[in-house]
Design a protein around this ligand. Structure first.
Ligand SMILES: [Zn+2]
Length: 196
């Protein structure tokens, strides 16, 4: 389990939604505010397109009006992923970030690393490791609907889960099953046929 997987699991626990298959994005923000993980979340009428922004100084997540309305829809998986991405910035302690849908670019190695980590957090939050076994034997499209993610992001998460399985197998061999939980998890993930 990576540090980001661990953070995602801990946030779910803290918000009281450890086992929700598909947490509503605005409800996640509401719970984060109640739990004081963020101080607030708000619509930013000035924001263009479907932009979102993490204000690290004030600990506020801002959504553009278009994004807010798309999230309210509940079935807009791209919008939901964008919100979870901002949640990642907040939980991972990043400084100011835009979602960059409006054509503005931020450059630099550290910025790129933060963006990649925020994406990774969104995936880990949406499909926690422990849900790998709950995911049915259905294909990517079905998993995307089940967990409320865009199909491309769902595919990426499945690849990560399969890699985690291979690491768990190797560790199990090298350390002679000194971590029962990891071993059990590895077996459960192994039971899934992702491609059928
Ligand atoms: Zn970002």
């Amino acid at each position: 389990m990576t540090r980001i997987d661990n953070f995602a699991d801990r946030l779910r626990e803290q918000l009281g939604i450890p086992d929700d298959l598909r947490p509503d994005a605005l409800d996640v923000l509401r719970r984060m505010k109640i739990s004081k993980v963020i101080s607030d979340y708000a619509e930013d009428p000035e924001a263009v397109g479907r932009d979102a922004r993490w204000d690290a100084d004030n600990r506020v997540i801002y959504l553009s009006t278009a994004l807010w309305n798309a999230v309210l829809d509940g079935n807009d998986y791209d919008a939901r992923f964008t919100v979870l991405h901002e949640v990642g910035h907040a939980v991972l302690g990043h400084t100011h970030r835009n979602r960059l849908t409006a054509g503005k670019r931020q450059f630099g190695r550290f910025v790129e690393a933060d963006e990649s980590d925020a994406d990774q957090f969104a995936l880990a939050f949406a499909i926690p490791l422990k849900f790998a076994a709950l995911a049915s034997t259905s294909g990517i499209a079905s998993l995307a609907d089940q967990f409320g993610l865009p199909q491309a992001q769902t595919s990426r998460r499945v690849v990560d889960l399969q890699r985690d399985l291979r690491v768990s197998r190797r560790q199990t061999t090298e350390h002679d099953i000194d971590n029962y939980t990891d071993a059990m998890r590895a077996m459960r993930i192994n039971a899934i046929n992702w491609n059928s």
